[in-house]
Design a protein around this ligand. Structure first.
Ligand SMILES: O=c1ccn([C@@H]2O[C@H](COP(=O)(O)O)[C@@H](O)[C@H]2O)c(=O)[nH]1
Length: 282
């Protein structure tokens, strides 16, 4: 896939048109309860439909968290499929947070499940885990690049357990996370304005000294809001050029529901903060 149909180009256009923000759909049992909904497939369906109707036509990227749909089995997956369809119709890019990673032959099956245009679960991008070795993700990356989709590879995650693995040094002295960032940079080399493969870097990680200057692709940034990260922290993590950064919020926005007006107000307020922080000056 080349030109405007590539994921990186579509993401750049969506972030420029709608603003640099990704909203997560994470139907936690506690949120279902706070919204007055049962912890059941029907509660999941009403929660998801409300978020999609309220935010699908204004967020650049919407990120359903697959785990919260999978916990209801086939009925949950049916809700997810329908949300993917409705979000695409409303013009949002759909990033499925599914963190898949496996031996290559199984990774190819995951690529078919989420990135093949014929699949009912086809999305614009997925998250992937590189901890079976970056090369094991090749089938997903190849399928994404061929079909105009994207892959966001975990690099420096927002959870406190992440550094024990991700900051560990490899034989050549680079950290595990830096090797992942460098592999992604190689995939994106020469592609503009934004490559199709991104990384996931939590807003909570602080100044770690990792070099993302050659990445050439987007950075999904969870950990904001409910996990304590703030937009003010982004410069400490990424430096001055934040044009490739896609901040992501789930509970911070979802806790405002079920009121559609409050969900939209919350998105608009956070979007303003992200625009002020992230978008390049001039
Ligand atoms: O490093 C990571 C990678 C992914 N996530 C996911 O993002 C959301 C965060 O939800 P909040 O409610 O905004 O905390 C959730 O789906 C995580 O699985 C992450 O937090 N950190």
């Amino acid at each position: 896939m080349s030109g405007d149909g590539r994921f990186g180009a579509r993401l750049r256009a969506a972030m420029d048109a709608r603003g640099p923000l990704c909203v997560g759909i994470d139907p936690h049992p506690g949120l279902l309860s706070a919204w007055g909904l049962p912890d059941s497939p029907s509660g999941l369906e009403r929660f998801t439909r409300t978020v999609v109707d309220a935010l699908g036509d204004r967020a650049a990227v919407v990120k359903p968290q697959s785990a919260f749909f999978e916990r209801f089995g086939s009925q949950g997956i049916a809700v997810l499929e329908s949300a993917i369809r409705q979000l695409s119709e409303s013009g949002a890019l759909v990033l499925l947070d599914v963190k898949r990673g496996d031996i290559g032959s199984t990774a190819a099956a995951y690529a078919d499940a989420y990135l093949d245009p014929a699949s009912p679960l086809r999305v614009d991008a997925i998250t992937a885990s590189p901890f079976l070795g970056f090369g094991s993700l090749t089938p997903m990356i190849e399928k994404a690049v061929e079909t105009g989709a994207g892959v966001f590879v975990l690099a420096l995650t927002s959870n406190p357990e992440g550094p024990a693995v991700q900051h560990a040094k490899t034989a050549d002295g680079r950290t595990v996370a830096q090797t992942i960032i460098d592999e992604v940079s190689q995939v994106n080399a020469g592609v503009s304005p934004l490559g199709d493969v991104g990384v996931v870097v939590g807003a909570t990680i602080g100044e770690t000294g990792h070099d993302m200057s050659s990445l050439g692709g987007p950075v999904l940034v969870p950990g904001l809001g409910a996990q304590g990260g703030r937009t003010e922290d982004l410069r400490a993590v990424f430096g001055d050029d934040l044009s490739f950064v896609l901040p992501s919020y789930s509970r911070e926005i979802l806790s405002q529901g079920p009121s559609v007006a409050r969900l939209r107000d919350s998105l608009d307020r956070l979007m303003d903060a992200c625009r002020r922080t992230v978008q390049p000056i001039g």
